[in-house]
Design a protein around this ligand. Structure first.
Ligand SMILES: Cc1cc2nc3c(=O)[nH]c(=O)nc-3n(C[C@H](O)[C@H](O)[C@H](O)COP(=O)(O)OP(=O)(O)OC[C@H]3O[C@@H](n4cnc5c(N)ncnc54)[C@H](O)[C@@H]3O)c2cc1C
Length: 410
């Protein structure tokens, strides 16, 4: 009787949205996927915080797009068709659209979160997830979905319970979030308030407390059982996201919306594309695939970030008045994120200026536990540092330990 050779599994490092999207793609194609996750469960980087999956970069709906890729939107996802923005003077602008602007989801390991739903779907599809198993090598190739490798932006905030009605609020002001924005999301009795900083990271506490006070006064924020959290975003448009047969996806590749940090959708799409390339036994096709689907969006977001960081308070106010004149907020956002000739012209300058901050110094205090310092010191302790692209801007001490590296990443 002819014997069939056992199927070789596809190896994936990291059980975040990017890694699990890749694993689901592999499993739905009838192949074996093994996911290595260093933490005891999914969503360990998050704290039950509310996040938005953006729905403005395509004409079609994001949840339908994911569904078509085999990622069923079975997680708790609430469509939001309007949001309130505040300018630096506290003036209020309402942006609305007949279609959802974004879907609010919860992150973390508890029931109903994006992460636990992806895990459940992966199990049902036959994916093997090896928790508490950090992976530092992929000798047979595979997918690296290990999340951010540096802090180019940080978000600090509180998650809490509340009786306040659902709502989404953002404030642009250098006092609340330098070069970034402060936000308040409330959905189903839970809330998240945060300051998302692109500068002056060490003063995170001060900005957060100002943001809390601002939303208390302007948006009726009331918190029960608040719990603090902090996290980072890593932004880079790499020249290649491939090292031989190892493909980098999600924030491990630096794939992130550089303007405002909406990385979930980009992460899942890149995970899917990488898995498709490996399933087709053509890892070299991955760079072409992500550039075609995500390249324009990533490059435009770098130019948007460059422009936004130069606006200052008066520029934010003008920007908001401009958006307010547009009847449909979703359409305005779609246009803002779409590649166009003027943004293409600005790209070389923007790329030079919007650089990863991986070499920025830490606080003078070696014991400092601000988000920036924690992230800077963490890789030396965590196995995750072993899987990362080679980039001279990274700490050479850590690079020397890296058996896997992406040449020419950005
Ligand atoms: C506070 C905050 C708010 C945000 N809000 C939004 C939002 O509203 N909308 C949005 O779209 N995006 C948001 N983002 C960004 C979004 O969360 C990320 O872009 C997204 O989670 C990236 O997914 P990923 O799969 O690439 O990485 P991650 O979600 O970080 O997952 C990586 C996983 O890999 C594991 N891992 C790492 N190294 C190893 C290793 N060596 N071995 C085994 N396992 C490893 C990690 O433990 C982790 O579980 C936010 C981020 C933060 C921090």
């Amino acid at each position: 009787m002819p014997t069939t050779a056992p199927r070789q599994p596809f190896h994936i490092v990291g059980a975040g949205p990017a890694g699990l999207a890749a694993a689901l793609t592999v499993a739905r194609a009838g192949e074996r996927a093994i996911v290595y996750e260093q933490r005891p469960d999914v969503g360990g980087r998050f704290h039950g915080d509310l996040q938005g999956i953006e729905n403005w970069t395509t004409r079609g709906d994001v949840l339908e797009e994911l569904d078509a890729l085999g990622i069923s939107p079975r997680f708790d996802a609430r469509p939001f068709r309007e949001g309130i923005f505040f300018d630096p003077a506290g003036r209020e602008y309402r942006y609305a659209s007949s279609d959802p602007l974004f879907y609010i989801v919860r992150r973390g390991a508890s029931a109903g979160t994006l992460d636990s739903s992806l895990k459940q779907q992966a199990f049902e599809a036959g994916v093997e997830i090896r928790f508490r198993e950090p992976c530092a090598r992929l000798p047979d190739g595979g997918i690296v979905a290990g999340g951010p490798r540096a802090a180019d932006a940080i978000a600090v905030g509180y998650v809490f319970e509340t009786d306040r009605a659902d709502g989404a609020f953002a404030a642009l002001s250098e006092r609340l979030a330098p070069k970034g924005y402060a936000y308040l999301l409330v959905c189903g009795g839970r809330g998240t308030v945060a300051s998302c900083l692109f500068e002056d990271f060490h003063n995170e506490r001060e900005y957060l407390e100002r943001a809390v006070e601002f939303f208390r006064q302007r948006a009726g924020l009331s918190m029960r059982n608040p719990v603090r959290f902090g996290g980072v975003a890593n932004i880079l448009v790499p020249k290649t996201a491939r090292q031989g047969s190892i493909l980098f996806v999600g924030e491990a590749a630096g794939f992130q919306d550089a303007l405002w940090g909406f990385g979930i959708r980009i992460g899942m799409l890149s995970g899917h594309l990488a898995a498709r390339a490996l399933l087709d036994r053509r890892p070299e096709s991955y760079d072409r695939a992500w550039r075609a689907r995500l390249g324009g969006l990533l490059r435009t977001s770098i130019v948007n970030r460059y422009a936004f960081a130069r606006m200052g308070d008066s520029g934010y106010a003008k920007l908001m008045r401009g958006i307010a004149r547009c009847r449909d907020g979703r359409r305005w956002l779609a246009g803002h994120y779409a590649p166009c000739w003027s943004k293409t012209m600005l790209l070389p300058i923007a790329r030079r200026v919007v650089r990863s901050r991986r070499t920025a110094p830490g606080c003078p205090d070696p014991e400092c536990v601000c988000t920036w310092c924690r992230v800077r010191h963490a890789p030396a302790r965590e196995a995750s540092c072993l899987l990362r692209p080679r980039d001279p801007r990274w700490d050479s001490r850590l690079d020397a330990r890296s058996p896997l590296s992406l040449r020419n990443p950005g």
